[in-house]
Design a protein around this ligand. Structure first.
Ligand code: 13P
Length: 252
């Protein structure tokens, strides 16, 4: 049985006060004894604040991005070691916004996965197709290429230390969620791809779905056999909504 994970990706949102309220309410709202891992990924400037707010709680901390370089002369960048130093356990890598707006390639994302693993961070590797790619029937080819570039660099052992998040680009922030069947099809394909190399790693790999997950569609998505949790954008900024999504992950 794979333990479910629900990750809130706050993207470039929040201020000291709103974050203080959100995290305090989240910490209070999560009941002990749950099986679901709950992670929040603030904008990097607020990581330090969140780290102290979650101390002793069930909430875990992640970052939204990091440099592929170790410490050094890289103005404006954040290294994997710095994230680790600030209590991060996870780092979202290859989010479609980074791929499309900041030019991150499959190769760069794979490099970042390697660097994150080297310091003991758990990468949350994001993959997913655009609307054009889905409409032209290349969804599985695109996702498989994105996964393969990481396997090629870090091997299946690296994948075993990562989470994968399937986020169809057309479902992100649009209110249009992939149907549970559409998501399940891709999740299963990812698991089979890894399974061709190592069945045990594939069976244990946690694959999250992201893209307009809300309280009212989470349960059905999480009920699919190969969906092991969610990567939540907009809904993670509203504590009641996010707590309901976490509860849905507990339920089935
Ligand atoms: P939304 O939940 O706002 O669609 O965003 C999904 C996402 O990009 C999480 O990384």
């Amino acid at each position: 049985m794979r333990a479910r994970v629900v990750v809130g990706n706050w993207k470039m949102n929040g201020r000291h006060e709103s974050i203080d309220q959100l995290v305090k309410a989240l910490v209070k709202g999560l009941k002990p004894g749950g099986q679901v891992e709950v992670v929040v990924c603030p904008s990097s400037i607020y990581i330090y604040q969140v780290c102290s707010l979650i101390e002793g709680s069930l909430v875990l901390l992640g970052a939204q991005n990091m440099s592929e370089h170790d410490d050094g002369a890289y103005t404006g960048e954040l290294s994997a070691g710095m994230l680790k130093d600030h209590g991060c356990r996870y780092v979202v890598l290859g989010h479609s916004e980074r791929r499309s707006l900041f030019g991150e390639t499959d190769e760069l994302v794979a490099e970042k996965v390697k660097v994150a693993l080297a310091v003991g961070l758990t990468p949350i590797l994001c993959v997913g197709e655009t609307l054009n790619e889905r409409e032209s029937g290349s969804t599985l080819a695109v996702v498989s290429r994105q996964v393969r570039s990481v396997i090629d660099l870090v091997g299946v052992t690296g994948v075993s230390q990562s989470l994968v998040a399937y986020e169809p680009v057309w479902a992100i922030g649009t209110g249009e969620t992939a149907t549970p069947a559409q998501a399940q099809e891709v999740h299963l394909a990812i698991r089979r791809q890894v399974g061709e190399i190592d069945k045990t790693v594939a069976d244990e790999l946690r694959i999250l779905y992201g893209g307009s997950v809300k309280a009212d569609n989470a349960e059905e998505l999480f009920g699919q056999p190969d969906i092991d949790g969610g990567l939540i954008g907009g809904a993670s900024l509203r504590v009641d909504e996010f707590l309901s999504i976490c509860a849905a992950a507990e339920m089935n």
